[in-house]
Ligand binder design. Structure first.
Ligand SMILES: [Zn+2]
Length: 74
């Protein structure tokens, strides 16, 4: 589970990414999810924040969930 303070922060910065993350968390774990590489300093086109500010994947901590619902490795 996501700590409350982190959830609160994501609700303010990237609510769409958080919604996607919650959806993923409710699904069965996938072994090899599709992702692409991106710099964490790139600003998200949807929320305007750096990708570093987005939540991690609930099952794969090395991946980040973007506001588009896509998975990125920073
Ligand atoms: Zn975003």
């Amino acid at each position: 589970m996501l700590a409350n303070w982190r959830r609160t922060r994501y609700l303010q910065t990237c609510p769409r990414a958080l919604a996607h993350r919650d959806q993923i968390a409710g699904q069965p774990t996938t072994d090899n999810p599709l992702f692409y590489h991106l710099s964490g300093l790139v600003h998200c086109a949807l929320c305007g924040h750096e990708y570093y500010a987005h939540p991690d994947h609930p099952h794969h901590q090395s991946l980040t969930v973007a506001c588009t619902g896509e998975l990125v490795k920073l």
